[in-house]
Design a protein around this ligand. Structure first.
Ligand code: ADP
Length: 491
């Protein structure tokens, strides 16, 4: 190949190479020897305008740039050292011929020395990449992070991020504040935070919430924490789980909020309910006793009106007593004082007892139950009776008088399942998830004349959770509902 031909070939290849400029090592002029097509395009220049000119004649020198990014000092360094110099990111605005204004542009460039046989830098191969989009994307992320930080600061929320693969943990300075440490102190790590959580709450609530989160994808709990000054605080933690493409949980992140003030109000309200319910219990027990004496005295009188009225009054007193017990349970539950008294018993016998009591209150309703062989469970007899009674009274309450209620108790692999089925108004799917929340009642025309407080199912769920049993409902609107609970079986 002749020398001319190889120069010609080099020219063609070079002009097609991405974002390249060949600059002579003739400091301080740095004459531009060649420019590739794409270099001309990204810099909005033409070959006639820049080739043969000194670099700083073609492109105005930006003296505001630091020595690390300033073209003159970068080229000088390449010539002086004979070493390659990279500039990962710098700003150099380009005049846009279409709009007539300067576009803000960011670049990354590399400057490779081309040495002559005597080791002198003959040329510098300058290649540039337009990284404006990347820098913008980074700026947008930073802006979003800033906005998010301002919002969480305004809401007094602490944020946290837990890597489930190596358990590394990051939190915001607000976390330190909530846990009673200076925000500018080193951020508390996961173990240090857990050490401040009430040990009972850590064992019963945090661990359970963590395992539930891995299944449901949502993390939520309220616990007590003790501060370094020994004061007590309540916090609410909320978060989500992030899964990888193989559906393995890899990360959990969320917020922590100090809810001490709300909790104190709630505790005061609970104490009030507990006290009021307790005070109501005594006079009500007396009314019940007086009614029973009256009923005995008048039983022989043969006055059917008086007798049936006394029976109705007695039933109303029983309803009120149940309600008061539910309120007392609610306040015990929320103050952590609901204790289970475990014993082994046959669930069939308990169901028959509850049916017998219910028949007294709702004579005329058909309740079908066919007890099979003994089904032994280890549970709190009274509390499981309460759950069954709640299911049964709801089934009666939310269905027509003519319809049948059926109860079944069956043995499954390791558990016993009790179901109460009615043919009543049923429940929409969107309400089904919420029924077990405190004070939740379905809204609708059919509910207008049915009284209730929405605590029966909430209490039932709490009772079943403490028994490590399940609770749930299957229903179709307008066709009825089947409420069930399960208990671990005793073999
Ligand atoms: P209450 O019946 O006192 O309102 P519960 O906690 O026992 O409270 O029930 C919560 C809500 O669930 C009820 O208000 C009702 O809307 C719905 N519900 C419960 N049982 C049934 C049922 N068997 N059929 C239809 N809806 C029901």
């Amino acid at each position: 190949m002749t020398a001319d031909l190889s120069v010609e070939l080099f020219k063609i290849v070079f002009e097609k190479s991405p974002g390249s400029l060949l600059i002579k090592g003739d400091a301080p002029r740095f004459t531009i020897a060649a420019a590739s097509d794409s270099y001309l395009e990204v810099t909005s220049s033409t070959r006639e305008h820049i080739v043969g000119k000194g670099f700083f004649e073609a492109f105005p020198e930006d003296k505001t740039l630091s020595d690390d990014t300033n073209a003159r000092s970068v080229f000088t360094r390449v010539v002086d050292t004979g070493q390659k110099v990279d500039v990962p990111s710098y700003r150099f605005d380009v005049y846009n011929r279409d709009t007539g204004i300067c576009d803000i542009r960011y670049w990354s460039c590399s400057n490779i020395p081309l040495l002559s046989t005597d080791g002198k830098v003959d040329y510098i191969l300058n290649t540039v990449i337009d990284i404006t989009e990347e820098v913008r994307a980074r700026e947008i992320i930073a802006e979003n992070e800033d906005r998010l930080r301002l919002a969480t600061d305004a809401a007094a929320l602490a944020t946290w991020d837990l890597n489930l693969l190596d358990y590394s943990f990051v939190s915001s300075p607000r976390m330190n504040e909530i846990f009673g440490h200076p925000p500018d102190a080193p951020l508390l790590n996961h173990q240090e935070l857990q050490r401040q959580v009430d040990p009972e709450d850590l064992k019963n609530i945090v661990v359970a919430a963590y395992h539930e989160a891995l299944v449901t994808g949502k993390y939520l709990y309220e616990v007590r924490i003790s501060l370094p000054d020994e004061s007590l605080r309540w916090i609410k933690t909320q978060g989500i789980v992030i899964y990888n493409e193989k559906n393995i949980p890899v990360r959990m992140l969320g917020t922590v909020l100090d809810i001490t003030d709300n909790k104190r109000d709630e505790i005061r309200k609970n104490d009030f309910i507990a006290m009021a319910s307790h005070e109501l219990k005594t006079p009500l027990t007396s009314v019940k006793a007086y009614l029973q004496i009256l009923a005995k005295r008048l039983a022989s009188s043969g006055d059917s009106f008086v007798n049936s009225t006394l029976l109705k009054a007695g039933n109303q007193v029983n309803k009120m007593t149940d309600l008061i017990h539910a309120f007392l349970d609610l306040s015990r539950l929320e103050s952590g004082k609901l204790q289970l008294k475990l014993a082994d018993f046959d669930i069939n016998a308990l169901i028959e007892e509850i049916i017998a009591e219910t028949r007294l209150l709702s004579p005329g309703r058909i309740i079908y139950f066919q007890p099979g062989e003994k089904l032994m469970v280890r549970a709190d007899h009274e509390k499981i009776g309460q759950v069954t009674s709640n299911f049964l009274s709801n089934a009666l309450k939310y269905s027509d008088k003519e319809t049948i209620i059926s109860i079944t108790a069956v043995k499954e692999i390791d558990s016993v399942k009790v179901s109460v089925e009615d043919k009543g108004i049923g429940i929409r799917p969107k309400d089904q998830e919420k029924l077990f929340q405190r004070f939740y009642r379905v809204e609708g025309d059919k509910m207008k004349n049915i009284s209730g407080f929405g605590i029966g199912l909430y209490l039932s769920r709490e009772i079943m959770q403490r028994h490590k049993g399940a609770i749930g409902v299957e229903s179709e609107e307008g066709k009825g509902a089947t409420f069930y609970f399960t208990l671990p079986a005793v073999h």
